[in-house]
Ligand binder design. Structure first.
Ligand code: 5GP
Length: 186
């Protein structure tokens, strides 16, 4: 555990999931994904910016050859709440019609963003469309989503690290943790 990195240690309340736990979980998920897509062409789609770390590490844990693409979306809502009204900031570079597509997510909170994404990508007629997420908050779910591979179910707390930010900071922490109240002005 490296909590002392770049003065970020003082901003943290606790480490929820260590780097070692993340690495082990991604190896486990990669083995299942490899089994599912054996002999098929797989396109993995990451949602910017939070999924960057999961995409990079999951892709390297896979034995299946993959192609990678990225989407950026903005979800409108009050404060930190997602509204389900989504705007595409950057679309895929590739046509996914007839392809096996796996959406790779950092976290599913209300599920509204992912639900929109599934219907948007689903309408492009991929051969298959599945979801892998590192984190999921079951207590925060507002829509039921069929997630094929989920790493960790976590409590309904705001987390940072391993791609996840607070005001664009903390993305490069190698673990997932919660912030001390003083960071929010508490
Ligand atoms: P949803 O539409 O599922 O409510 O929200 C999904 C997006 O909200 C995530 O992709 C992420 O960007 C953001 N989000 C949700 N929960 C958290 C959290 O605990 N920490 C951070 N940093 N972002 C979160």
């Amino acid at each position: 555990m490296r909590v002392d990195a770049k003065d970020m240690g003082a901003d943290l309340e606790k480490v929820l999931i260590t780097k070692e736990e993340i690495d082990a979980k991604l190896a486990e998920l990669a083995a299942k994904i490899d089994a599912e897509y054996a002999g098929k062409d797989l396109l993995i789609v990451g949602v910017l910016k939070g999924a960057v770390m999961v995409m990079a590490d999951l892709a390297r844990a896979l034995s299946t050859p993959v192609t990678m693409d990225w989407m950026a979306v903005s979800s409108y809502g009050a404060g930190t709440q997602s509204s389900g009204v989504v705007r595409i900031l950057k679309d895929l570079d590739t046509d996914i019609k007839g392809k096996h597509v796996l959406i790779v997510e950092d976290i599913i909170d209300s599920g509204l963003t992912l639900s929109w994404l599934l219907s948007n990508l689903g309408s492009r007629e991929p051969a298959s469309l599945k979801v892998c997420t590192l984190l999921r908050k079951p207590e925060a779910a507002k829509v039921a989503i069929d997630v094929e591979w989920a790493g960790f179910d976590i409590p309904n707390e705001f987390v940072v690290g391993y791609g996840l930010d607070y005001a664009e900071k903390y993305r490069n922490l190698p673990f997932v943790g919660t912030l001390a109240p003083h960071v929010y002005g508490g």
